[in-house]
Ligand binder design. Structure first.
Ligand SMILES: [Zn+2]
Length: 495
């Protein structure tokens, strides 16, 4: 059975075994939209989505939720946002304006950007905006409970702290006047909080009626496990370490909320190879869109599906891109020829947004590198055209110099006598009527023997004339792709 070999199926089995008798399983994922959502965060969503798919394939009903923690405070101005945003620090992300467009909030900007990207790889969770949940006072009861048991929560948190908390309120109030969280709780009676703020304001708020409070992360997380009945959620390394928020959340959900601990797995980070311009210090983080510029959606999925979440891996932007396309095409070919093993079959199917009945007809990435640079894109089918777009982007931004070339109009080099003879012989052969790529390739060696030139010299001369470089794509294929007429015209300049 394929299920035994594939990580998401194993997790699904564990969920079914440990969370018996559930009508509908809940798989959760989420992030604070504090800035551009990067590819490391994408790993969390796709990990969840694959488990959701595994559960569904076992005939289970599943709710796939994605939580936007947009009622969190704005902590830090990212490098790609204007500096004067400092003035919003301490306000909820949902309540400050977008740095990039009118009529949108800061949170909405980054949320919508990521939601659009997720659609492209076939991921469509149910999005929950926590600012709305909080403003509608949906968690009031659970927050009240946390306040009543704040001493117990403090004890749990202090187990893992070097410096113990002395006074702890599991709730944060956003000031009614300045909208910031620079508030201090003075007293709580039932649902009514009395608070003061750094801005000088003093107020009283009934948080069952006015949603200006938020639970801090370490209480918020277990509270929402309870509220939604979460059965599965993955977490990054920062949450997963000893004493991290998962350690405390599993104690809080049981002790304070009498709720269940979800099945939890840790996922490792994703690194970038060959994409020099990405760095978080410049705010230019690697996004799903950046990856989609070079990789087809199915291949983006392939990168993540094939690696267990706890294993770190690199996304390549250098010449390895060609190899990854080739590996994927090979898997695809064997899938449709029914030559895959059960694990490979499972991986291929989970890469698909919509499984095609027939093998998609696509030109290889490698060959498209030549087609794109020789401008021979007419007559390509839709799939190959889309792939050609990826090739273009890759050539423009990431490809090694050895992969780039330009067809020459004029011969710019001096040729030795045997080189001239060889090129004239080549021109003569090209002018004959019918030959295949193989026949042309064989002819190169016939010419070398006839004029007495080393084959390496022959190839180098031809490449220098045609593309102005000492090496390039397979020569016979290159000549036929460019078209023999154009090459003949070029070689006519040899005199
Ligand atoms: Zn204030």
């Amino acid at each position: 059975m394929a299920e035994k070999f594939f990580w998401a199926d194993k997790i699904a089995d564990r969920i079914i075994k440990e969370k018996k008798r559930k009508r509908k399983y809940v798989c959760a994922s989420g992030i604070t939209p504090s800035g551009t959502i990067h590819i490391g965060n994408f790993r969390e969503v796709i990990t969840t989505e694959l488990v959701v798919r595994a559960l569904k394939d076992k005939g289970k009903k599943v709710r796939f939720i994605y939580s936007w923690d947009d009622y969190d405070r704005f902590r830090k101005v990212p490098a790609n946002v204007q500096k004067d945003y400092k003035k919003y620090i301490g306000m909820p992300l949902s309540d400050i304006p977008s740095p990039f467009e009118k009529n949108k909030s800061y949170a909405e900007h980054f949320e919508q950007e990521f939601e659009e990207q997720l659609k492209k790889v076939g991921i469509k969770p149910e999005f929950i905006r926590q600012n709305i949940m909080n403003k509608k006072c949906r968690y009031a009861k659970l927050i009240k409970l946390a306040i009543e048991k704040r001493k117990n929560i403090m004890k749990i948190l202090n187990k893992y702290r070097k410096e113990p908390l002395k006074d702890y309120w599991p709730v944060v109030v956003y000031c009614e006047k300045c909208k910031k969280d620079a508030t201090k709780i003075l007293d709580v009676k039932g649902y009514v909080i009395e608070y003061s703020c750094n801005c000088g304001f003093k107020g009283k708020v009934d948080f069952s009626k006015k949603g200006i409070v938020n639970a801090p992360w370490r209480v918020d997380w277990p509270m929402r496990w309870k509220y939604e009945g979460v059965d599965f959620e993955p977490g990054g390394v920062d949450h997963s370490v000893y004493g991290g928020s998962f350690s405390t959340s599993k104690e809080i959900v049981k002790e304070i909320y009498h709720g269940k601990i979800p099945i939890y797995i840790f996922y490792d980070w994703v690194k970038v190879k060959g994409g020099k311009e990405f760095s978080s210090s410049t705010g230019n983080v690697l996004t799903l869109n950046d990856v989609l510029e070079v990789y087809e959606p199915e291949i983006v999925r392939y990168l993540f599906v094939g690696t267990k979440p706890k294993t770190g891996f690199q996304i390549s932007f250098d010449n390895d891109v060609i190899k990854i396309y080739e590996d994927y095409d090979e898997l695809e070919r064997r899938y449709y020829e029914k030559k895959v093993n059960p694990r490979e079959k499972r991986i291929y199917e989970l890469c698909q947004i919509k499984l095609s009945r027939k093998k998609p007809k696509k030109i290889s990435f490698r060959h498209l590198i030549t087609l794109v640079q020789t401008g021979k894109l007419k007559g390509l089918n839709k799939e190959s055209k889309l792939r050609a777009e990826k090739v273009k982007n890759w050539l423009e931004k990431y490809a090694g110099e050895d992969m780039k070339f330009e067809i020459q109009e004029k011969i710019k080099i001096r040729l030795s006598k045997p080189e001239k003879q060889a090129m004239i012989a080549l021109k003569q052969f090209l002018s004959t009527e019918n030959y295949t790529e193989d026949e042309l390739f064989n002819e190169f060696y016939n010419i070398c023997r006839a004029v007495g030139i080393k084959s390496s010299d022959f190839f180098e001369t031809a490449y220098r004339i045609i593309i102005g470089k000492t090496q390039g794509p397979r020569l016979a294929s290159l000549i036929l792709t460019i078209g023999k007429d154009k090459i003949i015209k070029l070689l006519e300049q040899v005199k």
